[in-house]
Design a protein around this ligand. Sequence first.
Ligand code: BGC
Length: 802
Amino acid sequence: MATKNKTMNISTEVSGILAKLTLKEKIALTYGANFWQTIPMEKVGIPTVMMSDGPHGLRKQNTAGEGADMLGVQPSQPATCFPTGVCIGNSWDVEVASSVGEAIAREANAQEVDVFLGPGINIKRNPLCGRNFEYYSEDPYLTGKLAAAYIAAAEAQGSGTSLKHFAANSQEHRRFVSDSVIDERALREIYLRGFEIAVKEGKPSTVMCAYNKINGTYCSDNQWLLNDVLRKEWGFEGMVVTDWGALNDRIKAYQAGCDLSMPGGGAYMATAALAAVGKGTLKESDIDACAARIIKLALKGKIRPPQAAAVDYDAQHELARTFAERCAVLLQNNDSLLPLNESTSLALIGSMATKPRYQGAGSSLINPTRLSSLSDAMPGVPACKGYHEDGSTGDDLINEAVQLAGKAEVAVICAGLPAALESEGYDRCDMKLPEGHNRLIEAVAKANPNTVVILYAGSAVETPWAEKVKAILYMGLPGQAGGKAAHNLLYGKANPSGRLAETWPLRYEDCPSAATFGQRDTLYMESIFVGYRYYTSAQVAVRWGFGHGLSYTSFKYTDLVIDGLNIDITIQNTGAVPGAEVVQLYLQAPSGKAFRPLHELKGFQKVHLQPGESRRVHFTLSAKDFAIWENGWVVMNGSYTLIVCGGLDSGNVLTTVYEMKDEQPEPQGELEGNWYYCLKGKPDQASFEHLMGKPYQASQSTKGQYSFSNSLEEMRKDSRVMAMMYNGVKQHLTKALGSDNAVQDSPAFKMILAATVESPVRNLVVSGGIDEDLIGGLIDIANRHPLQGLSKILQSKRKPNR
Ligand code: BGC
């Protein structure tokens, strides 16, 4: 009752405030004030909303000027760097996800941040996406459940979250302009489903719309995405904020229900929006709705615990360690080499043991309060570097490692992806580890049969040496306490209980999206066959499957009972040490008219058990769990196999059958004969066009039709003025940051370059504060309308305060 009254009070207050604002003020409110804050309007009682990046820690920066950026290049306040998204995904543990959300909210409250920008839950469509380390999984159900737990826990602390990047934003290449071309079934079942669960169950204060287009329409302009699906279908009542610089067309964005454009500093198309209301082409009520949602969020900020308790950063660090332990995946453990004995003599090899790889670059880069390395946790253990920071190695380094490994009972190698290979802003070029790491592992494994590899990477990598080493422990990018966590796992002080949240293919070419990933316009030709949905259905062998992970103990599955849609099973720890098992529930649909993957995850639970202990685990399914999307959710009748297991490739797999009857209407399929039915080879364009119901037409940016949505990079080829600007920006950057190879290969250089020359020129207005008429004039000149262009440029020069 109290909550209902509070909600009613806020709505009345919002309407009261809105009535006092002029149209111009309401428009102003829909742009940020600076890099991180919304505009306060004190005279009517609207406070500012302060935002800072997440998702695995707080990146609180200065609000404007030199200290603010969206690429993680400028410093931020120290904060706890928790395990990154890849680890949360691998935890398969809603308790971990919710504790991370809660722990970040504690720091947000103490640092007076109203909304932190996370979680990021885009689907890991392809291992090469540069931001996979921030995301959870290739599976929407696992993603959605973890995100919902994180969001609900953070919001319960009075902190706002921003669920991002909505939607279908699964690559970094040309991220500001790319078009994700996807059939509606794949959108609904794969790319939107995680968001749907997170919105409905987690109730985030805000959702961040992505940079990219979906089927030709920018997310910020997308009525179907924001109004129809997010708000009307899913009941989202919060605010939609653009990703930083993702606003495409302010008028369309109002109509779509895209409320706030960030970062602030410019007011792109504000004049046009005002004029559109005058002309009757934009309804004032659309602007009111956006402004109202911003006011509502600003008022909600008032309910943050006023004197937020001081944060105990030592305790937060310890939490980060326990989370990292609960997220690690033991991929392989031949002859039970792990856990190690305290008395075993070791060689610690690889510079990641001393300089840990623990987070990725970009907007999520945290300035950690402290940092634990594996070598700090193992003082006195003989160690050597093995490779250089860029991943290369040399005979001297290899020889040193081989010598050291030869003298020890067990060789422990820390290997993975160097920081420059994994970042926001660009994708990886291949799925390989650096040549130097592979060479080192091969050489050490030859010298010592008892070799353990500890892997640090935000997504799957090829492991051609897997059969030559005994144990492989995958830490993901485990956050600031990852060193101590790896130590505890090696020695069995913690028992690994993570499971892979994405498939590790044998080689990149095996990925269903290998041929189409990373184009400017990306055809999601594989449709719903993403990750394990493809590999198990097409029977393509993988290195380690989705849901795979080992433990230092063993589990037994018995007494599977099904009663209607209720499923119960007993799990027992049959080993000698405490451990946690991830019980997974998959659905296998009967064959019917519509194509369907062989396995679909519909439930999971992490169960902690003492040696000998057993527990009854319960799942409840709903009709929607059986449904596919065919112009709505529809359920196919027939016998469904329900698989309860500790991973599809584990020794523990029990099955039962559920008879689905009398659900109407049945899906029609209608596509028999194309790739989706046979899964032979790779998806082809003809099958995809059949699925889309129309031929694909590439969106070409052509000479004469350039707009604010085109980038300098695109226009320079046939416009001298744009080519000059492009070269100017590059030269300026090189001068500011440095011209040597190390700088030009650094994530910062690549990201800044992409954010300027590859992003639509409107961003020079939205985030760069450059006058709209000046850029408009240059576009006119590029379109061969020099007089019109010059007149706009002069107009811009005549404006006051420039
Ligand atoms: C990223 C977002 C981030 C925002 C603010 C953008 O470049 O895509 O994830 O929250 O910047 O830093």
